[in-house]
Design a protein around this ligand. Structure first.
Ligand code: C2E
Ligand code: MG
Ligand code: MG
Length: 401
């Protein structure tokens, strides 16, 4: 059933009693907003967004009642009532798209008792749905200043196999601190930041740096609030991995979502941003290798205090290698892509010789010679990656016109 726009979010003064009655009468449903993988250009997930649908036919948005539900401690009852509905919808959704990952929103209060935890495990057991296809979205405010018990319960949920996304990244004042302490799989860049990219260079730089940071940490990056093709294309080129926003799809009732998924639409999904990331990955690898070698050669390996990341020496397991043997394979057959493998393997061989040299305390002159060889090979590899990026951009332009 289609709701006309002016029936949405009708202003009503909601009292705690009205809300309690609505929860009792089960007047809530989820709408689902598709999330698109920027690698494949296809739907890979959805976010469940709660709607209050009173008998009047209105659709009341969460901003009008979630804060009240939190302030009157009714949120737990609401979340516990909604989770089984989510999973029962998900079973139907999985009939159309079995690998769809469903994200849902919870708050710290949901974890104050053990009720939510047992609700999740019982429901998943009952419907035989894998926890790996569920992702819980929390904002940093849910995580900072939370009690020991809340933290413990969130961790238990993650141990069950549900993954964790940080919602509204960039709006708080300690997102990065929280990011460093919790086992996130995903960062969702706040829609305010995404919107300000249109008018502010600073916001663009912040978004780009957030994408780079998330990539270095091995996290998925979802951009929220994409309202135009231009913003989508920009984020694609910046290496963002997932997209959500009105330009792609609005939140919709289950029936609409099912027909949407059946259409199997495609958006531009050429991972050019990831070629750029591959260059950064290689520079990062080279830097950590050189740093390690220099510390050993000049300091005799004395601890500097900061836990530095040791360069991965297996050429199939370093980040560049993972890209090359994974997603990068879509460029197979293109000469500058195929040519990458040789200098990349040689770089790892030189890297290993360097490590051996400093471990055996070889003369500095020999170490320096090998460093020069490393630097030259690195230049060779980077110019191939540049060439590939240029080629992919040309191909993309050719595609879109
Ligand atoms: P959120 O989790 O950050 O969800 C994204 C919000 O952005 C949704 O608003 C969505 O409709 C909106 N949105 C998505 N793409 C665009 C776009 O391109 N442009 C614009 N202008 N907006 C876009 P919604 O559904 O009104 O939800 C608002 C907030 O309410 C959510 O923010 C979340 O914090 C909360 N919420 C929603 N469902 C639940 C729930 O089941 N439980 C709890 N605790 N909170 C929920
Ligand atoms: Mg959310
Ligand atoms: Mg958000």
């Amino acid at each position: 059933m289609n709701q006309s726009a002016n029936r949405h979010d009708t202003h009503v003064d909601i009292s705690a009693e009205q809300l309690a009655r609505a929860i009792e009468r089960d007047e809530f449903v989820f709408h689902y907003q598709p999330q698109i993988s920027m690698l494949s250009g296809k739907v890979c997930g959805a976010e469940a967004l709660i709607r209050w649908t009173p008998p009047s036919g209105d659709v009341i948005l969460p901003s009008r009642f979630i804060p009240l539900a939190e302030a009157t401690a009714q949120i737990r009852a609401l979340s516990v009532a909604m989770f089984p509905k989510l999973v029962s919808d998900l079973v139907i959704i999985h009939d159309v798209l079995p690998e769809l990952v469903m994200s849902f929103n919870l708050t710290a209060q949901d974890f104050e008792s053990d009720e939510m935890l047992s609700c999740v495990s019982n429901t998943l057991e009952r419907f035989q749905v894998s926890p790996h296809l569920l992702k819980v979205e929390l904002t940093e405010t849910s995580l900072i200043n939370s009690s020991e018990h809340v933290r413990h319960n969130i961790k238990s949920l993650l141990q069950q196999g549900v993954s964790l996304a940080m919602d509204d990244f960039g709006t708080g004042y300690s997102s990065i601190d929280v990011l460093s302490q919790w086992d996130f799989s995903t960062v969702k860049i706040d829609q305010g930041l995404i919107k300000r990219m249109l008018t502010s260079e600073r916001s663009t730089t912040i978004v780009e740096s957030s994408i780079n940071m998330a990539h270095q940490l091995g996290l998925e990056i979802v951009a929220e609030g994409i309202e135009s093709e231009a913003v989508y294309e920009y984020l694609l080129n910046a290496g963002c991995t997932e997209a959500q926003g009105f330009w792609l799809a609005r939140p919709m009732p289950l029936a609409e979502l099912l027909s949407f998924l059946r259409k199997d639409r495609r958006w531009p999904g050429m991972p050019i941003g990831l070629i750029h990331m591959a260059q950064l990955d290689h520079i990062q690898w080279r830097r950590s290798l050189i740093e390690h070698v220099m510390t050993k050669a000049f300091n005799g390996g004395a601890e500097t205090g900061v836990r530095s990341v040791l360069a991965e020496m297996d050429h199939t397991r370093c980040k560049l290698g993972q890209w090359y043997h994974g997603i990068g394979q879509e460029y197979k057959g293109i000469p500058c892509f195929d040519a990458l493998d040789t200098p990349h393997q040689q770089l790892h061989a030189i890297g290993q010789q360097l490590l051996d040299a400093v471990n055996q305390a070889d003369p500095l002159s020999e170490v320096t010679q090998q460093l020069q060889a490393l630097s030259q090979k690195s230049g060779e590899l980077l110019s191939l990656l540049h060439e590939l990026e240029y080629y992919a951009r040309l191909r993309q332009t050719g595609h879109s016109h």
